[in-house]
Design a protein. Structure first.
Lengths: 159, 435
C-alpha cells in the first residue's frame, strides 16, 4: 500500500488496555509532557496533577491547589507511577516511550521500562493548565449528539 | 458481472492533484509558480471554468501574495478534479452493482451568522499558516494553537461538520508533529483534509431539498467512523417509500462527541443514548415503519426521535436490485464518498474480487468486531463498494448460519455495562468541581 496515495490511512493506534479511571481519570501526551490527573488515595475531593517532560525526563507532582506532593523526594512519587502505568494502558508502551524520547522505543514493554529510562529530577513547573485541560476534556461528553449527516467523517476510521 | 474497470482519466487526474499535494506538503513560503506539478494541473484546468482563477491564484502566490483566498482557489480546483473522479467512478460502480444513480443539485448555502463567520476566519487563518509552513514541516508550535479554537466551533450549531473535521485533523497533526520526521507521510490524506477544511471555512454546506416520507426502512449495516473526539455511525439501509416505484438506498447518521477513554463496547452505549431502536436493530435486525420522516435529496434520512419498530429483517438476503443510490451534494463529491451498499454470498464477494474490488478490512472499525475470517467464512455479507486508489469492498455485517456477526456482539454487551467509564469520569469531575 502506497500511503501517500491513499485517503484512508489507518492509525497504528493500539486499543486502550485496562485503565483505572477512578485512580487516574485523565492522562495525555500534550505540549511535550506526559501529564494527567491522579486521584488522592485518602481524600475523594483532592487530586494530584502530575507530569513528566519529554526529553529531560524532569517531573513534578502537586495538588490541584498547587501544594507540592509530599511523596516527591528526589524521585518520582506513587502518583507519577500511576500516571505512567495508565498512560501505557491508554496509548501503548511504544507511543509513550517515543513521546518521552526514550531510546529504542520499540523495546519498551511496560511502565517499569519507562521508569528505568527517565533520568530527570523534580522540577517545579506550572501545572494548573493540566487541570483545566481535564475539565475541557470532560466537556466533550456534555456536547450534544446529532442526527445530521457528517460526510467528512468518511476520512476518520480509527482513533 | 461487468468488470470494475477504472474509467479513462481517473488515474491521470490523481497524478495531477498529487502535484498540488506535494506543494502543500512543502509549504507555500517556498513556493515556485513554475513548479511542474502545478503547471500541469493548470494546463489541465485551462479549458474548465476554474482555469483562469487557478492561473491567477498561482501567479499571485508566486508574487508573494500569500492570502487565504488564493489557497482556497487551489483547493477548489483540487475539489473539482476529485468531484469529476467521483462521478466517473460512481457510474462504473453503480453499473456493476445494478443500482440506479440519482444526481442531486447543490442546495443553497445559508450564510454563517457573525459568530460563525469569526470562528471560520480563525480556522482559516490557521489553515493558511500551516500551508505556508508546509504540512510536511509542521512543528508542535504551529499546530497546538488550533486546539483552543475547537471548543467554540464544536458548540456552534451551524458548524457541526467543520468542527467534526477540524477536531479530527488538528488532533491527528498533534500526534504526528514534527511531521518532517515521518518516513512516509500520508500526503494525499492530509491535503484532502486540509483542502476540505479550507473550503469549509469559505462557505457553509448547501442545504439540500427535503421531503417528508412514510414507508418501510430496513437497516442493512453500519459504517462506524471515529476519531479521538467524535463517533459517527452511518447506517445504510433500504427505504421503500409508499407511492415511489423503486426503493432508495439511504444513509442515516448518529454522531456523538466522545473522549478517547470511551472505547470498546461503550461506544455503542453512547450511540444508543440517541437512537436506541436503530442501534439495537444493528444487532437484532428489524424493519421500521416510518411516518413522516425527513428524507434529504442527498439520500440522507434524518433519524426521527420516535420510531415504530416493525418485524424482523434479514439484511444479508435483502434484494437491492434496481434500488436508487443518490450521489452526495456536488461540493461533497470525492472518491472517498463512494459507498454503495451491496448484499451477497461468498460467490458474490469472489465475483467482485475478480472484477477488481477485493475485500479490504482497513476501513472497518475495531468496535465493529468483524474480522476478515468472519467474512470469509460467512454465508451472507452486507458491504459497501468503495474506492481509495482502487475499488474495494468494505464489509459491514455477515451471517453464519443463524448468527449475525459484526457489531451484534458488542451492541448486546453494551446494554449490560456495569460501570461505564463515562460515569466514573463524571463522578470525579463533580467531586472536584464542588471542592
Amino acid at each position: 500500500m502506497d500511503v501517500s496515495r491513499r485517503s484512508l490511512v489507518p492509525h497504528s493506534r493500539v486499543e486502550p488496555g485496562k485503565r483505572s479511571f477512578q485512580k487516574v481519570p485523565y492522562v495525555e501526551l500534550f505540549l511535550g509532557r506526559l501529564q494527567g490527573v491522579v486521584s488522592s488515595g485518602s481524600d475523594a475531593t483532592r487530586v494530584y496533577v502530575s507530569f513528566i517532560k519529554a526529553g529531560s525526563g524532569d517531573f513534578y507532582c502537586s495538588t490541584n491547589n498547587n501544594r507540592p506532593c509530599g511523596g516527591l523526594r528526589g524521585s518520582a512519587c506513587k502518583h507519577i507511577d500511576a500516571l505512567v502505568t495508565n498512560a501505557v494502558a491508554q496509548f501503548g508502551p511504544e507511543r509513550v516511550a517515543r513521546y518521552l524520547g526514550c531510546s529504542d522505543p520499540t523495546k519498551i514493554r511496560n511502565a517499569h521500562d519507562i521508569h528505568q529510562q527517565i533520568g530527570g529530577t523534580a522540577h517545579k513547573e506550572e501545572a494548573s493548565g493540566v487541570f483545566s485541560r481535564f475539565l475541557d476534556y470532560l466537556r466533550y461528553v456534555e456536547l450534544d449528539a446529532s442526527t445530521e449527516p457528517r460526510p467528512e467523517m468518511a476520512w476518520f476510521i480509527t482513533g | 458481472m461487468t468488470t470494475l474497470e477504472l474509467p479513462a482519466g481517473v488515474q491521470e487526474a490523481a497524478r495531477l492533484t498529487a502535484g498540488l499535494d506535494r506543494v502543500v506538503m512543502q509549504g507555500f513560503s517556498r513556493f515556485d509558480p513554475k513548479d511542474p506539478g502545478l503547471v500541469e494541473l493548470g494546463d489541465a484546468l485551462a479549458v474548465s471554468p476554474l482555469g483562469t482563477s487557478f492561473r491567477d491564484a498561482v501567479a499571485a502566490l508566486g508574487r508573494g501574495e500569500l492570502l487565504a483566498h488564493h489557497l482556497a482557489t487551489l483547493a477548489a480546483a483540487r475539489a473539482g478534479v476529485e468531484g469529476a473522479r467521483f462521478d466517473a467512478l460512481a457510474q462504473v460502480a453503480a453499473a456493476a452493482l445494478g443500482v440506479e444513480l440519482v444526481d442531486v443539485d447543490e442546495g443553497p448555502a445559508s450564510p454563517p451568522d457573525p459568530a460563525a463567520r469569526a470562528l471560520l476566519d480563525g480556522a482559516q487563518q490557521w489553515l493558511l499558516e500551516i500551508a505556508l509552513s508546509g504540512l510536511g514541516q509542521l512543528e508542535l508550535a504551529a499546530v497546538a494553537p488550533a486546539v483552543a479554537g475547537l471548543r467554540n466551533l464544536q458548540e456552534h450549531p451551524q458548524l457541526g461538520r467543520v468542527a467534526a473535521l477540524l477536531t479530527g485533523f488538528v488532533h491527528e497533526l498533534l500526534d504526528a508533529v514534527p511531521t518532517s520526521g515521518i518516513a512516509e507521510p500520508p500526503t494525499r490524506r492530509w491535503v484532502d483534509l486540509w483542502s476540505r477544511a479550507l473550503l469549509s471555512t469559505v462557505v457553509l454546506p448547501g442545504v439540500p431539498a427535503e421531503r417528508r416520507v412514510s414507508g418501510t426502512f430496513t437497516p442493512l449495516g453500519a459504517d462506524l467512523r471515529h476519531h479521538e473526539h467524535l463517533l459517527a455511525c452511518v447506517v445504510h439501509g433500504l427505504l421503500q417509500v409508499g407511492g415511489d416505484d423503486a426503493p432508495h438506498l439511504v444513509r442515516t447518521t448518529i454522531s456523538a462527541w466522545r473522549v478517547d477513554a470511551i472505547a470498546g463496547e461503550e461506544v455503542w452505549a453512547l450511540l444508543r443514548a440517541t437512537a436506541p431502536e436503530l442501534i439495537d436493530a444493528l444487532g437484532k435486525p428489524r424493519t421500521f415503519a416510518l411516518d413522516g420522516a425527513m428524507l434529504r435529496a442527498t439520500g440522507d434520512l434524518v433519524w426521527p426521535a420516535k420510531v415504530a419498530v416493525g418485524k424482523g429483517a434479514s439484511p444479508t438476503t435483502t434484494s437491492l436490485a434496481g434500488a436508487r443510490w443518490t450521489k452526495p451534494a456536488p461540493r461533497d463529491r470525492h472518491p472517498l464518498q463512494l459507498a454503495i451498499p451491496l448484499v451477497g454470498d461468498r460467490g458474490r464477494l469472489d465475483a467482485l474480487a475478480s472484477a477488481g474490488a477485493a475485500l479490504d478490512m482497513s476501513g472497518v472499525s475495531p468496535y465493529a468486531a468483524l474480522t476478515e475470517a468472519d467474512v470469509r467464512a460467512a454465508d451472507g455479507v452486507v458491504g459497501l463498494l468503495r474506492f481509495d486508489d482502487g475499488f474495494f469492498v468494505q464489509p459491514l455485517a455477515a451471517t453464519k448460519g443463524k448468527s449475525l456477526l459484526g457489531p451484534a456482539g458488542p451492541i448486546a454487551a453494551s446494554a449490560k455495562i456495569n460501570k461505564p467509564v463515562l460515569g466514573v469520569l463524571r463522578e470525579r469531575a463533580s467531586k472536584l468541581l464542588r471542592a
